[in-house]
Design a protein around this ligand. Structure first.
Ligand code: ADP
Length: 411
């Protein structure tokens, strides 16, 4: 294995070049058949160790101030940094989704050259297993996650998935900082995936995008009927089963739905069956399609995100920027980024979308009713699109928040 220096897009990078661990079919996490690589603990342990040792000892005359580890894959980096010699940097761990905890059988301690005397509950041991994420949390100075609401939720049993105790005890060091979107890649004024570009204040181009979308899925939908979309991994987390349950409500308004996603075969089949039964109103593409995902944000009227939990969520942010009003479950980052069109918000003219709670078929159906009513009120819908498209969804504010956190960690 080698450490290779490289730079890209103005960033200096150090890469761990270890073909025996990483040059394989599939993606970084799973093999060509969608199964976890059998030696993932070694693969990500090696990555963590390289980062931890560099953070601890520096490289040449460069010594880092902060080691920032993301998710379980980098969870052991702070551990390796702290366990070795040298002063080392301050450590920050960011949780992007606490459902992924990086747990491996106890023998991983030996495989990873971790000190056996640290195999206890105040370190990386978790009910007899080695948890990469727990190690990162226990050995970091600061812990962040990707929205303020998710930061609160994961200190409770419903959302903490076993880690709530650890996180509650570190509440003072736990912060939620929203993700941003790439404003160059996601810009309706320049987006080449659109039939027609448009901008805030002049959204006429959306009509052409909607037409292309309707044609793409061979729907037959009148212009005065709202067109909803979803773009998502099809997993239990994303609540697509709830949307299938609420579909009769959506169709009862004469609305349309276009869906793009892949994952759980039962959800794929559920969506495909809905398209089969309502070919004029429901269009489904099973698969991953970057271009189509842009066209959906630029052409559909609203994007539905019924997640059971959502650390931050990106598609509602794209929706805001593209004037595709988000209709979201009130959880995690969805709760923090969408302003529900309740009476007060409409009166104050600040509404940007629709929220529902609890995350049930009925509550989702009620929100769909409200969205369809709002859509029929052209002035209201236009005002909400203006509000949505004026929301700051880039990285500026979050970058400032991370900088402040780093400075805090160093003090
Ligand atoms: P998660 O990371 O939990 O999947 P996010 O909302 O944070 O959810 O990010 C999902 C990203 O993946 C978004 O950029 C979304 O547009 C994209 N995406 C998901 N499914 C598809 C798909 N089938 N085709 C194209 N893009 C997709």
């Amino acid at each position: 294995a080698n450490i290779v220096a490289h730079s890209a897009e103005g960033l200096d990078l150090l890469l761990l070049d270890a073909p025996h661990l990483f040059a394989r079919p599939g993606n970084p996490y799973v093999d060509g058949n969608g199964h976890d690589h059998g030696d993932n603990h070694i693969r990500f342990g090696a990555l963590s160790k390289a980062a931890g040792l560099i953070a601890q000892q520096g490289l040449g005359d460069w010594t880092p101030d902060i080691l920032h580890a993301h998710d379980w894959q980098a969870g052991l980096a702070p551990v390796y940094m702290r366990l070795g010699e040298g002063t080392g940097a301050k450590a920050v761990t960011t949780i992007h989704n606490i459902a992924f905890q990086g747990c491996f059988p106890g023998h991983a301690v030996r495989d990873l050259w971790l000190p056996l005397e640290h195999f206890h509950r105040e370190s990386f041991e978790y009910y007899g297993a080695v948890s990469f994420l727990k190690g990162g949390l226990m050995w970091s100075d600061k812990i962040t996650t990707v929205s303020p609401t998710y930061a609160r939720e994961i200190t409770t049993p419903t959302y903490g998935l076993g880690f709530e105790g650890i996180l509650a005890s570190r509440r003072g060091d736990l912060a939620g900082i929203l993700n941003g979107v790439d404003l160059d890649v996601w810009d309706p004024a320049t987006d080449t995936a659109l039939a027609k570009t448009y901008a805030a204040g002049d959204t006429a181009g959306r009509a052409a995008n909607r037409r292309r979308l309707v044609d793409h899925f061979a729907l037959s939908l009148p212009d005065d009927a709202p067109l909803f979309c979803i773009v998502t991994r099809l997993t239990a987390q994303k609540g697509v089963d709830l949307l299938l349950g609420a579909l009769p409500r959506l169709l009862s308004h004469g609305a349309g739905l276009v869906a793009l996603g892949s994952g759980d075969p039962r959800l794929e089949m559920g969506l495909s069956a809905a398209a089969h039964h309502h070919p004029q109103r429901v269009g489904v593409k099973i698969g991953y399609d970057e271009g189509l995902s842009h066209l959906m944000q630029g052409g559909a009227d609203a994007i539905i995100i019924p997640s059971r939990f959502e650390p931050c969520g990106l598609t509602q942010l794209y929706g805001l920027r593209y004037g595709c009003l988000p209709l979201v479950a009130r959880t995690g980052g969805l709760a923090d980024t969408v302003i529900d069109a309740n009476e007060a918000a409409i009166t104050a003219n600040v509404a940007t979308g629709f929220q529902f709670s609890p995350v049930t078929v009925d509550a989702l159906g009620d929100a769909i009713d409200r969205a369809c009513e709002a859509f029929a009120d052209k002035a209201l819908w236009r005002a909400m699109m203006d509000n949505a498209m004026a929301q700051p969804v880039g990285w500026d504010r979050s970058a400032d928040a991370y900088l402040a956190l780093y400075e805090d960690a160093r003090r």
